[in-house]
Design a binder for this molecule. Structure first.
Ligand code: BGC
Length: 371
């Protein structure tokens, strides 16, 4: 259900920023959703990178910095594993998916004991992109995290073309275009970090170029980006590559056709679904994706559409001031909802990533967000 009352967006964005910093763990990790059964106690590189980017964009630098520190500690603690993975790839004997880096860790940075759809590469690119964007804002050179970034560059350059789970932790057999985009964006950002050694910067730059070229040849159908190699439909996560990530600029020929397709295929009254056929909790609309699409339209120069999308995302706020992961009202598979409600309980609320994207889009549209 969405809120029919007009929401005060500046107040909600300010409250959202405070919710994020209040819920950040002492370790620097951002819990994905502190109360939701399946996410409790865990922090994702993907969610966290976008949350840190939002915090940084709103001036909460210390919070973003603490999250990047947490990521760097996690990466360094996994150094031996990364070296083994990179060496195995170089020897032409890749390790199995189960030995790759997980997508989420406990708030203390441990792997955790619960099974998960773990092999996902996007978050390791997105955190480098986010920390580089942060450093650009504050005038840093990335030196606080260069050792961990170097390891991630080696990891991503060695593994980027492997099929893996996507943003939605599904279809590990596919090569996902938004995953490739996040990896390319991270490598491109690493190549610009003055604190990284020259060899790594060159490796990162050339691999980013190769991925971008592969996206343009294998990740496009009729002039727009597609969900995975060989697919014709879109996935809403693709919007992020135009804004906020900006791997492709708002005037790239891919931008308008991709965004228009996300509007046609996935958007109902400014609420954005993940992908056609989504069954998770019946497949509702995600406030964070309305904000991603808004950021992409902003990059493309359409602030009016971006503002409408922001307004819809804000209307998803609950009486308690929380933004959920998704809202019902329009479901792709209504019959599947009860199965998830029984399995994991009510939809994750609050989802820190939802709050973060609202903050990020509000900042971009010039809304005053008080620290
Ligand atoms: C989503 C992921 C997200 C995770 C934690 C999952 O249901 O598919 O994209 O990272 O929740 O928020």
């Amino acid at each position: 259900m969405t809120n029919s009352q007009t929401v005060d967006i500046a107040a909600l964005a300010t409250a959202s920023l405070h919710l994020i910093t209040d819920m950040q763990h002492d370790s620097g990790a951002y819990p994905a959703s502190p109360t939701f059964s399946a996410y409790r106690g865990y922090s994702w590189f993907r969610d966290g990178a976008f949350i840190a980017d939002a915090a940084s964009s709103a001036g909460a630098s210390a919070s973003a910095h603490a999250f990047f520190d947490w990521c760097a500690r996690v990466v360094l603690a996994n150094q031996d594993r990364i070296l083994r993975i990179v060496e195995a790839e170089a020897n032409g004997a890749p390790l199995p998916d189960g030995e790759m880096l997980p997508t989420r860790f406990t708030l203390d940075g441990e792997p955790g004991a619960d099974d998960w759809w773990d092999f996902q590469l996007d978050g390791y690119g997105t955190w480098i992109w986010a920390l580089a964007a942060h450093e650009t804002r504050v005038g840093g050179d990335g030196s606080a995290w260069s050792e961990a970034v170097a390891l991630c560059v080696d990891y991503l350059c060695a593994t980027w073309s492997r099929p893996c789970f996507d943003w939605w932790e599904e279809h590990s057999e596919q090569q996902h275009i938004s995953t490739w985009g996040c990896v390319a964006a991270g490598l491109k950002a690493a190549s610009g970090l003055a604190s990284l050694d020259d060899d790594r910067r060159h490796l990162a730059a050339s691999t980013a170029r190769a991925i971008e070229a592969r996206i343009r040849t294998h990740g496009v159908f009729e002039g727009r980006l597609v969900k995975w190699v060989g697919e014709q439909r879109v996935d809403a996560s693709l919007a992020s590559l135009f804004g906020p990530i900006g791997l492709f600029s708002g005037d790239d020929a891919l931008c308008q056709p991709t965004l228009r397709r996300i509007e046609e295929e996935l958007t109902v009254n400014s609420g954005v679904h993940r992908f056609v056929g989504d069954r998770f909790y019946g497949g509702g609309r995600w406030p964070l994706l309305s904000c991603m699409l808004g950021l992409a339209w902003h990059a493309a120069g359409d602030d009016q559409r971006a503002a409408e999308l922001l307004e819809w995302a804000a209307s998803a706020v609950t009486q308690d001031g929380f933004l959920p992961e998704q809202v019902d009202g329009h479901l792709f598979h209504p019959d599947d909802r009860s199965e998830w409600l029984e399995r994991w309980g009510t939809v994750a609320t609050p989802l820190l990533w939802s709050h973060a994207m609202l903050v990020r889009l509000a900042v971009e549209l010039g809304v005053e967000v008080a620290k």
